[in-house]
Structures are given as structure tokens and as C-alpha cells.
Design a protein around this ligand. Structure first.
Ligand code: NCD
Length: 306
């Protein structure tokens, strides 16, 4: 059964994921006057964590689809007065909002409330704790497929704070679903993932970078680190930061990706982030089209389910 939410990579089949990415490429080719209009689908964003790219690219996507988008200011919402998350969603539903785009600090905050949510509410997960960030994984894959339409045999290496990264988590699920080679996860022992969904771990950057076609650098998730998980960032940069010299270990035209925000001089140097192999801003550009396709998917699956 098709899920009426996009909470996880697993809410789409492999075929649907490929269609979503293809649709995003299609939308990228269109002019503004050729976009479909979804003006009758009031949508709300609820961001309980900071965001620039994800929030604004959903807004940009909604604008292009003529979709009325309202943002709940979660800093001053009634949850600060003790209202529950579920009650907040029910109230937004009562106002007519049917699609909700939510970023939440907890891992899978939906599990306990979905049964009690109105059935015609559709949620897009814009990142939940250390759990998932599906639209980021789809846009990362879109960017890889822009350069490598058949990504199955690529060596893809993720580097950094893998343990706390919802981006890495969703990407592994998607790589598995699409039958890609298991990605290589490079992280110091302390940030080794507790359980690998799909991939192999090494603490040696050189091993991970050698012959890599795609390198995805990840930010240190400072806001999620427990005291015993802290690492000296200068040492981290020396051992794991991507510099121009270390980039030569990978294939000559290896793509450098990063979901952002980048911390220059920590996981990546400016030379690499702004260099010829960087696809970082292309990811951001693709994010708008991928999120248009995701909103469209949700609206269409929603109208089928009512
Ligand atoms: C990521 C996130 O929020 O998970 N950023 C994003 O959405 N582009 C990665 C991060 O914060 O490091």
C-alpha cells in the first residue's frame, strides 16, 4: 500500500523513488508558466530545529507550485504553553491544512501519534533527530544521477560524523533500495555508526577515498554530541577534513557533495568546497525541484487516499 506520508525512504518503492527523481529532472526543464498549480492545497511548515536549505527550498518549491504555504513559528507556538505535538497537528488540520512539512529534534516522533492523527493529513519528514531525512537523500541521489545516470557501480564514500547523521542514515537506505554498491562510511571510532544499514565502515580516510567516484562530506553534529562523544576539531580536521591534497586520492573527477551547512576548515576546506569538483550548490539547486516532486507526490497520493 502506498504510504500517504513521506517519513522515510521506505515510504516509497524503488520504482517510485526513481520516478520522483525523474519528475524532479522534468520539473527542472520547465519554465514557471508550465508548472502545475496546487493552489487548493494549504500546506504548513513546522520546524523545531534550525534550517536554511531545507526550509527555504520547500518554500521555493511551494511558490513554483502556487501552493499556499504557512509557517508555524515554533519558537512562539502554544507548545511552549504545554500543548502536545499531536494536538498541534490536529489544530492545524482543523484549520484546513492537509500537508505538513515537519523538522523535529526527536527520532521518529510520528510513531506514537500517527494512529490518532486525522487520516487525511500528510506529513513530509524534513529531518527527525538522528533518524531520517528522506528528501535530502533523494536530492543527493538526483545530483549523483545528473552526472552518473546509472549509479549502481559507483564507489560512494561518506565521511564524518556518520553516527549522528540522519542524512547518512537515509542515504544508506536509498542506496540499498536502488541496489547501489554498499557505500563506504569513513568516521573516527567514536562516531562509528551503531548499526550500519547498508555499507561498510572504516576509520581510514585514505582507504575510503581511494578510487571513490562520489565523496559526501558530513558536518559534525555538535548539537547532538554527548560529552563523551566530543572530539578535538583540529585533530578531526587533520585526519578527516577534505583538503585538495587528500582529494587527489579519489578518482580524478570525483564529485564532492555536502548536504550543508558546511563548516569550513573542519570537515572541508574552502579550496575544496568552492573548487571545480564541488557539487554542493548544485545539490541546493536540485533540492527545489526534488521537493516540488515530493509535494506533488504527496498531494496526488493524498487525493487517491481520501
Ligand atoms: C542536514 C540536516 O539538517 O540534517 N542539513 C540539511 O538539511 N541540508 C545536515 C546537517 O545539519 O549537518
Amino acid at each position: 500500500m502506498t504510504s500517504s506520508h513521506l517519513l522515510s525512504i521506505n515510504d516509497l518503492t524503488a520504482l517510485q523513488a526513481v520516478h520522483l527523481i525523474q519528475r524532479a529532472f522534468e520539473l527542472k526543464q520547465k519554465n514557471w508558466n508550465e508548472y502545475p498549480s496546487y493552489h487548493h492545497h494549504p500546506t504548513a511548515t513546522l520546524f523545531y530545529e534550525n534550517s536554511t536549505r531545507t526550509l527555504m527550498s520547500f518554500q521555493a518549491a511551494a511558490q513554483r507550485l502556487s501552493l499556499p504555504l504557512s509557517a508555524l513559528n515554533t519558537q512562539v507556538s502554544s507548545e511552549k504553553k504545554g500543548e502536545s505535538f499531536l494536538d498541534t497537528l490536529k489544530n492545524l488540520h482543523a484549520m484546513g491544512f492537509r500537508s505538513l512539512i515537519i523538522r523535529h529534534p526527536a527520532n521518529d516522533p510520528y510513531q506514537t501519534i500517527l494512529d490518532d492523527c486525522p487520516k487525511d493529513i500528510h506529513i513530509i519528514n524534513a529531518g527527525d533527530g538522528q533518524n531520517e531525512h528522506p528528501t535530502q537523500a533523494w536530492l543527493d541521489m538526483m545530483t549523483i544521477m545528473h552526472q552518473h545516470p546509472e549509479p549502481q557501480h559507483l564507489k560512494i564514500t561518506l565521511v564524518g560524523d556518520i553516527r549522528h547523521s540522519r542524512v547518512a542514515h537515509s542515504f544508506q537506505k536509498l542506496a540499498h533500495q536502488l541496489h547501489l554498491q554498499p557505500p563506504v562510511m569513513v568516521a573516527p571510532k567514536i562516531w562509528k555508526p551503531e548499526a550500519l544499514v547498508y555499507g561498510q565502515w572504516t576509520e581510514h580516510l585514505k582507504e575510503g577515498l581511494e578510487d571513490a567516484d562520489v565523496i559526501m562530506m558530513l558536518r559534525v553534529q555538535n548539537e547532538r554530541l554527548l560529552e563523551h562523544e566530543q572530539l578535538d576539531l583540529t585533530t578531526f580536521h587533520q585526519n578527516y577534513g577534505l583538503t585538495r591534497q587528500k582529494l587527489t586520492w579519489a578518482k580524478p573527477n570525483a564529485m564532492v557533495l555536502h548536504p550543508g551547512p558546511i563548516n569550513r576548515g573542519v570537515e572541508i576546506t574552502s579550496e575544496v568546497a568552492d573548487g571545480p569538483q564541488s557539487w554542493i550548490l548544485k545539490q541546493v539547486e536540485h533540492g527545489v525541484f526534488l521537493r516540488m516532486a515530493a509535494l506533488e507526490h504527496l498531494i496526488q497520493s493524498g487525493s487517491n487516499s481520501i
